[in-house]
Design a protein around this ligand. Structure first.
Ligand code: MRU
Length: 348
């Protein structure tokens, strides 16, 4: 079985990921077939993005099952599950694989389920992109021929690097660019790990989409000056009441957007909805190491700008309350209320 995306490859023997901590300086593919290496790759964000970590964990489990008994497979699922706590796609993908009754699980079944998950994610990205682009063109009344560029502000990275397909928020941006050719994207650099500056700016360039990189604290000024028509972000977990977790900094963008009357869209697949989670208060938020805020470490070198004695607060995600969301763009529709969204999912 072969699976391939912008940052993930499986050829039936080896699992390789494009090391996202080294982009954009260098494109290095790492062999992470050994499950411990995959757990480390997920923890350290070499492989990242809610949908992709779920898929990467599923492939790891299905591949390991070829040489492991059911108890060992279940133990590995537990370790993969704990690698990152916030993105529910990771738990959802593993739950789908672990759904077999005891004694009925085979490596072949797990592989088939994994293949289906991978193909599904690609299809979900396509649907989100089309739904979002339709909604934006209809709601923001854009005439592709006559109007000036549509300015979209995005945060973190939600594209081909973070999914098996074209992405979620970036998928919509890509689709709008394809349909209108009149898109301009403000890319939030996304402190502290710079997924916007390092990854989204890189993807925008690969896709030839006009863009401008900004520091996170510049968004208010742009909105005040009427330079942002719409904010579009991804998500790591959507609760039943429509609150959602996404990369830290998303909540402040949502407040700014409300203050300046800018539409605020959140895009994600139905695999990011947690039906067991009543509200954002129940979403577990990952706390990251202090070193990420004291400085940078990685392919760009090792620079520390804060005293090592400075205590640090470093949550990887924040929760945006539903009341600040204009619309939730999912594969199965665009919803302007959380109850519609949940009805659509439960009705499926
Ligand atoms: O910590 P990261 O880089 O994995 O965080 C990623 C995000 O917050 C994305 O917006 C989210 O996972 C959606 S990716 C389609």
């Amino acid at each position: 079985m072969k699976l391939e995306s912008m940052s993930f490859r499986y050829d039936g023997e080896k699992i390789c990921v494009l090391d996202q901590t080294r982009l954009p300086q260098e494109k290095v593919w790492l062999d992470v077939t050994e499950p411990d290496l995959m757990v480390e790759a997920i923890r350290s964000l070499r492989v990242r993005g809610a949908p992709l970590i779920g898929l990467a964990a599923a492939v790891t489990l299905a591949h390991a099952a070829k040489d492991a008994n059911e108890d060992q497979v279940r133990a590995l699922a537990g370790r993969l599950r704990e690698a990152r706590p916030t993105a529910v796609n990771l738990m959802n993908a593993l739950d789908r694989l672990m759904n077999f009754a005891p004694g009925e699980m085979t490596a072949e079944q797990l592989m088939n389920e994994t293949r289906a998950l991978f193909a599904e994610d690609q299809m979900l990205c396509e649907r989100i992109s089309a739904n979002g682009a339709d909604w934006v063109l209809k709601t923001l009344a854009r005439d592709p021929a006559g109007e000036p560029s549509l300015n979209i502000l995005t945060h973190c990275n939600t594209g081909g690097l973070a999914t098996a397909g074209v992405g979620t928020a970036i998928g919509i941006i890509r689709e709008l660019h394809k349909r209108t050719g009149r898109i301009h994207v403000y890319v939030d650099e996304t402190r502290p790990l710079l997924q916007g500056g390092r990854l989204t700016a890189w993807e925008m360039n690969e896709l030839s989409i006009p863009h401008t990189l900004i520091c996170d604290n510049m968004a208010a000024l742009l909105m005040r000056d009427g330079q942002v028509d719409c904010v579009m972000v991804g998500c790591d977990r959507i609760a039943r009441n429509g609150d959602f977790a996404n990369k830290v900094g998303t909540y402040s963008l949502a407040i700014l957007a409300r203050h300046h009357n800018v539409p605020f869209l959140v895009a994600g697949p139905n695999t990011t909805v947690d039906l067991k989670c009543a509200s954002g208060r129940e979403i577990p938020i990952e706390q990251r190491p202090t070193a990420e805020v004291h400085g940078v470490k990685g392919a760009f070198g090792d620079v520390r700008w804060a005293p090592s004695t400075a205590p640090v607060f470093n949550p990887a995600f924040d929760v945006t309350p539903a009341e600040l969301v204009t619309a939730w763009v999912l594969d199965n529709g665009v919803f302007t209320s959380p109850s519609e969204l949940i009805r659509a999912i439960e009705g499926e």
